[in-house]
Design a protein around this ligand. Structure first.
Ligand SMILES: Cc1cc2nc3c(=O)[nH]c(=O)nc-3n(C[C@H](O)[C@H](O)[C@H](O)COP(=O)(O)OP(=O)(O)OC[C@H]3O[C@@H](n4cnc5c(N)ncnc54)[C@H](O)[C@@H]3O)c2cc1C
Ligand code: FES
Length: 285
């Protein structure tokens, strides 16, 4: 096992210049999302924290922010899960294994994993929110003795949208995490839970508010209802983390595109504590 990552300060070159990385492996996860395993051509490691992101670029097309979905405890390569959305992501989806893309980063402020050591962990993911959260899930599983109970609740609209289904099976079988999954709209094969992710709270054992850290990653509407459940269990606001997605351009605090109230999400976030978010009305909309 590795020590927790020391927050790494990227050099100016890493902040401003896309560095070439080779696509080692591509896996089609769903109709819309592909999973990429990458390594820098110069052999350097990414040195990220769970919750950080990179700017992914294709020469002549553009770049876009993407969360790192693998843990720094698995440092030789890094992984991204990319949904086909528009010009850049469609071009990324057209790439093949061995192709090269540009990477700036790691960027932003990730999860403070050392603050989570010794605590029970409850993570709640909605839809594509499982991508940034997977980095932290892998971290907790790789450093399992450092943590208490580990509960993971995951909700998607439909079964075909579930990400990382091989991981989900492995995690469940490992017994290292109490994993509960639900979908809003089941298909004919679905034998699991049906309903929004908040319905899974009924399956949780009683939480110890002072010793539990909660991490919520998903769309704003999910966040709004999940946080009500979490606060009802008397978890302090300072123990609730969430990751915020805003439109970004530069990713390094220069252009103002990601500003919400008084913060730049790209450098002050994307990971925030609930107490910080509550003061940012724009971020919650
Ligand atoms: C910190 C951060 C982490 C992200 N992590 C991931 C990730 O792990 N995987 C992933 O697939 N996507 C992630 N995204 C979203 C991703 O950056 C956008 O989908 C991407 O920028 C779209 O670029 P494009 O050129 O392909 O699409 P564009 O042509 O720019 O846009 C296509 C469509 O996507 C919409 N769109 C663009 N940016 C966003 C955004 N930030 N949020 C919602 N809608 C958007 C546009 O309005 C438009 O409708 C993340 C965004 C941020 C800010
Ligand atoms: S994206 Fe440019 S300031 Fe945040």
């Amino acid at each position: 096992m590795l020590a927790p990552p020391i927050p790494y300060k990227p050099t100016n070159a890493e902040l401003y210049l896309p560095k070439p990385a080779r696509i080692l492996r591509i896996t089609q996860l769903t109709e819309m999302e592909k999973h990429y395993e990458l390594a820098f051509l110069d052999g350097h490691r990414l040195n990220h924290q769970p919750g950080q992101f990179v700017q992914v670029s294709i020469l002549g097309v553009g770049e876009c922010p993407i969360s790192i979905c693998s843990s720094p405890t698995r440092p030789d390569t890094f992984e991204l899960c990319i949904r086909r959305a528009g010009s850049v992501t469609n071009r990324i989806h057209a790439l093949r294994e061995k192709d090269i893309i540009g990477i700036r980063g790691p960027l932003g402020h990730g999860f403070d994993v050392t603050e989570m050591h010794g605590k029970d962990i409850l993570m709640i993911a909605g839809g594509l929110g499982m991508a940034p959260l997977r980095s932290l899930v892998q971290y907790v599983l790789d450093e399992r003795p450092r943590f208490g109970q580990f509960h993971l609740l995951y909700g998607c609209r439909e079964p075909k949208e579930l990400l990382f289904t091989d991981d989900l099976t492995r995690w469940r079988e490992s017994g290292d995490v109490n994993l509960k999954i639900t979908v809003d709209r089941p298909d004919e094969q679905w034998r699991g839970r049906v309903g929004v992710v908040t319905t899974l709270f009924a399956d949780l054992p009683k939480l110890n508010p002072q010793d539990t850290v909660v991490v919520i990653v998903g769309p704003p509407v999910m966040f709004k209802f999940v946080v009500i459940e979490v606060l009802a269990r008397r978890i302090p606001q300072s123990s609730i983390y969430c990751s915020l997605e805003r439109r970004m351009k530069c990713g390094i605090g220069k252009c103002g595109h990601c500003q919400a109230n008084h913060v730049y999400v790209c450098i002050d976030g994307p990971v925030f504590k609930y107490g910080q978010l509550k003061a940012m009305r724009e971020a919650m909309e």
